[in-house]
Design a binder for this molecule. Sequence first.
Ligand code: ADP
Ligand code: ZN
Length: 721
Amino acid sequence: MNRVRCLVLNAALGPLDYKVPDGMAVELGQVVECPLGPRTVIGIVWEAERLPGTDVPAEKLRALRGLYPIPALPAPLRRLIEWTADYYVASLASVARMALSSGGALKGPASITEYRLTGGMPERMTPQRLAAMEALEGEQATIRELAGIAGVSEGVLRGLVNQGVLEPVEVDCDRPYDEARPDYAQVELSEQQREASDIFSTAVRNAKFAPFLLDGVTGSGKTETYFEPVAEALRMGRQVLVLLPEIALTENFLHRFEERFGTKPVLWHSSLKSTERRRAWRAVASGSAQVVVGARSALFLPFAKLGLIVVDEAHETSFKQEDGVRYNARDVAVMRAHFEGFPIILASATPALESLQMAESGIYEKVDLPSRFGGAQLPTIDTIDLTQEKPPHGMWLAQRLVDGIAERLERGEQSLLFLNRRGYAPLTLCRNCGFRYQCPNCSAWLVEHRFTRRLACHHCGHEAPSPAQCKECGEPDCLVACGPGVERIADEVAERLPDARVFVATSDTLNSPGRAAEFIAAVDAGEIDVIVGTQLVTKGFHFPELTLVGVVDADLGLEGGDLRAGERTYQQVAQVAGRAGRGAKPGEVLIQTRHPEASVIAALAAGDRDAFYSAETEMRRDAGAPPFGRWASIIVSSEDEAEAREAARRIGDTRPDVADCMILGPAPAPMAQLRGRYRYRLLMNARRSVQLQDVIRRWLGRIDHPPGVRVAIDVDPYSFV
Ligand code: ADP
Ligand code: ZN
């Protein structure tokens, strides 16, 4: 090749052509340094025929500056990038950027200097130095990262280096990971586990595209089952990617993985330090990282020889990215397996309706684990009708539920109360003047957090101290908390069962792997009697002594009324119910509701999953909702209300007239203001036969907006706010 076409990592630019200087050998997928004006931008050599551009005459071409010392992105990954950009109506550059997600990795092998505490003391101790030293206990990172961890300036840390309190350590950025050994521990699988794992292992050996839905009840041992095909891939020298929905929950997984394979897998998530990112990225690209466990962003890593993807808790909505490229990692993972030709396992106890539908139509192979491992029984489920069994005034738990917890306390067993609301109360108002505390940046109430004595917005992170007097009328001590959050439920338990040791488990309290590990250890050691938690505790945890699960308000999720509200409620309650009775002792689940007759609640109480899914299927079919029809949302936003409204109106006015495609709006989005931006929304609902993405591209591609306006396109949306 003496000229090449490059995809450059700048969404504002189209593809650019370059001359290949003499003596430079480039191949497709190679990451290259492209001159652009006085600057150099990162480019990827692409198939010219797949990237239409203007043909610049040869004599006008500028020459590539150089090659980055990393392997070329393989063709199947280039196809995945194209598919993702096309399907989610995103720019190729923004998708490609997700594959080149470590700037440091591009620079090639290197060593860097990290710093750690020596144990020495500074000549002069200041409060700032003391705080920094406490925060850096056990840490080793670059000065900049340590400054971030300690919350001090880099200058303070340099001072500590000069005084010998911090010492430099040379670190090889590419030091290899320990080897995972496929036969490290032998696990005796149950017969149903063995049958399932044999199917997967055979597929791994066949090394062809094969999508599986591993549909196993909670506690059936899905993890051990998919560990076998993971081992098989390792024996073949192939790499494996395991996607988990919440990186806070990986602690338990890492532990089990280490027991089975003799070492921890390679981690990938957004809060890795830059050196860890660089090391993981380069090991993935060279093929030496054997098993990568990660959040959704791991999906676009440039694996050298991937042989299997597992998506655990595949129904989880956190696989959907809600900013930037709005993709669904579960769906893109299937496409990756397709382009590269290997099996993929979607594991869940409560699969998404879309996944079940794919199994029903024969596209996915469904593999069932119908019973719990080790003979444990599924819990019994009962509803408490709150209109009949009213909690005492100002309280939220019916007497029967409290009695159930008291019984567990007596027997030395544990209980879990589930309420998907962080903080103490979702709304705070003034008893005197009725003033409601609202976020200045969002259309949302501020949530009171009593632990930290603050009012917080759960959308933008705005926080303020809880005021001692109403900020509207000035009346002191007049704030009333309306409705319960987990903290308030914990207070109620403490009041009604003073002997109970209660722990609130939310992203506020389990905000680091260390905290999560402490929590698990405390529950295992029997130091906690009652866990009050949000959706964070609905999955992954395995506590044998936990025998009662109470759902505080099963109706909560149904109120929002979005497309997936019923399914989400079903999944959440079924998952949290699945935490009960996983050991030898039987479990019981009590669901508090004001609508025991609602189809979701009735199906949960009857343990009739099929009834729920078939009702939900009919409802979606009637509504033309996925998987039977398609939705897309267009959110137009600006910091200026009038500008957002005007831009949305112009989009609305130019809407195309397409058969079988309905376009609703624009209307103020349900969250009319978010993070200081005013938002308008249009919704598209189309038959499956409509090429929705083409319609959107042709329509929106013609309209220019002022620079302050952002237009976000969400294909297959999960969020309807
Ligand atoms: P699921 O993810 O399906 O809810 P898990 O994978 O968490 O279930 O398994 C439930 C429990 O059973 C875990 O404690 C797990 O270690 C144990 N288990 C599953 N399979 C086996 C096995 N073959 N041998 C020993 N323990 C197992
Ligand atoms: Zn806010």
